[in-house]
Ligand binder design. Structure first.
Ligand code: ZN
Length: 309
């Protein structure tokens, strides 16, 4: 009896947790007769909304190629865009660390908002230094949960087109399954002991956990704190000891950090090359393959596998 009661409480707590991600104002206005205006923060979030919403949505993505979401501060025109939009979609889990207060404010104003990454259950999140790692999009299985949350939120906003959102989401989920299989297949080309991914900041922990890579980075899960000289030396020693042949730069983090590691490794007698540029927290240019979530992840995997082989 007690167990059942406990289960019920747990279930309720889970439901409350799920409800935290999305909400406010949904279903109040009939949006079924026009295109829905959505503001999205990162390219990955904007892509998910576009994939599920199809021609029913017009997505205004605030953070373009090379933009670091940890640092991003909303401009006056961003604030206006959000106020005028039908809904605001963002990653959450504190990725957009300098926009948290703004999200709280627009929620209080009754704007429908949805933090799609916050649909990932607590036990699946990686926690470092008492903070949840927000970079869930590099584990495709977790991103699928965020896409499902996107479908649910769009259906709340515009219930009359729920079937269409379901059809679009089903098609995209199939592509995500194919992407997941592709990452596993390509990663298997690299011998296990060579699967070490060295980057500027900790954007790839979920990727590493899901696809079997050891991770090392210069900065933590946010880029806000600077790496120290000691951090650079420690990472260089690790590279020299493990005879790592490639390190990676990220499109949204200055190259100089990784170059410093490269120079330090060289001075320890182990030259290491830059294996290529990874897209970590931003998509590529809109008219390129890397301008979509699927293309961006494929680019990263090809770059990583080709460099580590
Ligand atoms: Zn990041």
């Amino acid at each position: 009896m007690l167990d059942r009661k406990r289960t019920a409480i747990l279930l309720l707590a889970t439901l409350v947790l799920f409800a935290v991600g999305c909400g406010g104002g949904g279903g109040k206005t009939d949006l079924s007769t026009r295109v829905i205006d959505i503001v999205a923060t990162t390219g990955m979030v904007g892509d998910a909304v576009q994939q599920v919403g199809g021609e029913r949505v017009k997505v205004n993505t605030l953070m373009g190629p090379g933009v670091d979401p940890h640092y991003y501060k909303a401009s006056a025109s961003d604030v206006t865009s959000m106020a005028n939009a039908d809904a605001v979609f963002y990653n959450g889990l504190h990725l957009e660390g300098r926009m948290v207060e703004l999200f709280e404010k627009i929620k209080r104003d009754g704007k429908p908002t949805c933090a799609i990454a916050e649909a990932v259950p607590e036990e699946k999140l990686i926690t470092t230094d008492n903070a949840h790692d927000p970079h869930i999009w590099f584990d495709v299985e977790l991103w699928k949960l965020a896409v499902e949350e996107t479908r649910r939120a769009l259906t709340d906003l515009d219930p009359k087109h729920g079937d269409r959102y379901q059809t679009n989401a089903d098609a995209f989920q199939k592509e995500l399954d194919a992407l997941h299989a592709f990452i596993r297949e390509r990663s298997a080309e690299v011998a296990e002991e060579r699967r070490v991914l060295i980057t500027a900041h900790d954007a790839f922990s979920y990727f590493g956990r899901q696809y079997g890579y050891e991770l090392k980075s210069l900065q933590g899960i946010s880029t806000v704190s600077e790496a120290s000289t000691a951090d650079v030396q420690n990472l260089a020693s690790f590279i020299a000891e493990r005879k790592i042949n490639a390190v990676f730069v990220e499109s949204s983090v200055p190259v100089r950090n990784v170059q410093a590691v490269q120079a330090a490794a060289k001075s320890k007698g182990h030259p290491v090359r830059i294996g290529g540029e990874l897209f970590s927290d931003a998509l590529g240019a809109p008219d390129t393959d890397e301008g979509t979530y699927l293309g961006m992840v494929r680019h990263n995997v090809n770059t990583i596998v080709d460099a580590l082989q």
